[in-house]
Every structure is written in C-alpha cells, then in structure tokens.
Write a protein that binds this ligand. Sequence first.
Ligand SMILES: [Zn+2]
Ligand SMILES: [Zn+2]
Length: 224
Amino acid sequence: MFNSHGMSSVAVVGTATVVTMLALRALRRRWSPVITCKLSCRCGKIQGEVSAIRQDSIRINCYCADCREYATFIASLGKQDETTIGKLGDNRVVQVCKSALKITQGQELIKLARKAAKPNAKGQIYMHRFYASCCSVPLYNTVDFLGFVGVFTDFLDERCKEYAGPVRMFPEEALGTPASPEADVFVPDFLWKLLRYHLWRNCGPFDYKQEPVYWATAEAKKQD
Ligand SMILES: [Zn+2]
Ligand SMILES: [Zn+2]
C-alpha cells in the first residue's frame, strides 16, 4: 500500500510523463508536413482534394469482410469487373479529419450506401459509405456522429503514399498471409485521433439524409 507521500510522488511522476508525451506530440505535429492530394473518381466527373498534416493522418489497409462485400456490391452496380479489393482481400483508405476532405466537382453524383436499415443483434455501428454513382466506385467511409473520414487511396494521387502508415485492421479476416505484413493499428493513437477529430464531426461534404442503398440486403436478395 502507498502511504500519502508515496501516492503523491506516483501522481507527480505520472503527470510529468503525460505532460511530456503531449508536449512531444505537439512538437512532432508542428514539424509534420501538410500533404495535399487530388481526389478523382474513376471516370473523373467527381473531383476533390484531401489536405491533412501527416501526423493527423493514418493509412489503413482493412481486411474485413464488410469492406469487401461493400466494394463488390458497388462495382456490381455499374457491372464493373474491377474492384478496389487487393490480392489478400484488403481495401485501402487514408483516415483523416472530416474537415480535410473537399469535393470541388460532381457532388450531386455522390451517393450514400449503408449495410442495412436496422443494426444487427450485436449492435454494430453501420458506417455511412459514400460512392460515385457515375462510375460505381467507393469513395469514402465515415460515421455521422464521429469526426473521421476514410478516403479510398485508389482514387487519390500518388502523394497519398506520404501519409502516415499503413497499418492493418482485421488481419484475421484476410484472404491470405502477406509476405511483409503491415504493422497492426496502434489503438491508443487511433482513439486519440478520433477524439481530436471530434470537434469537426459536423464538417465535410457529407449528405447523411439522402436515401441510402442498403448493400447487405441487396446482396442477400441477389443470392436468393
Ligand atoms: Zn465517376
Ligand atoms: Zn473494413
């Protein structure tokens, strides 16, 4: 057990550590470059831009089955053979604050897709996934009450490789084992970014009110 003296030195050391870490993060962020890249859907009717400080970004290779099913469904809308799905079943996004994304052309062509109208038994949060209706490609995923957006790097220019990462998510759902796997997502960093982005949760070019296409139900119907 701590006596009162022991307790206070633990508190002092703890506070000093947290303050130092936050100060180091703030310094690193100051030195972190702003990276701007152009967004263009496959046919070019939709144009936009992502502009974010490197440290406020994170490239994510997501191996989850949901992202795959969604990507397959969106491609099928336009009878496209080519999807955003990588060899091992991955979809690649760069996650930034909602305020980092701008659409400069073709906003009316961007449509909303959601997994289903009602949450499943586990209470899973269904993302708001936006896609290009002109050429049937997924563009970006978000959640209406959170501050982040994950933009598909397939439709960003080469500079997007300069964003932080990549890290992987849901590797247990991958379709194979990569030769040189990405680092696992560092959860404290991920949550810290979500918290920081939260002030901007109402920003960005997102129309959550449009009638979505429900991809899980639509896929199930096709298989019947
Ligand atoms: Zn297009
Ligand atoms: Zn996913």
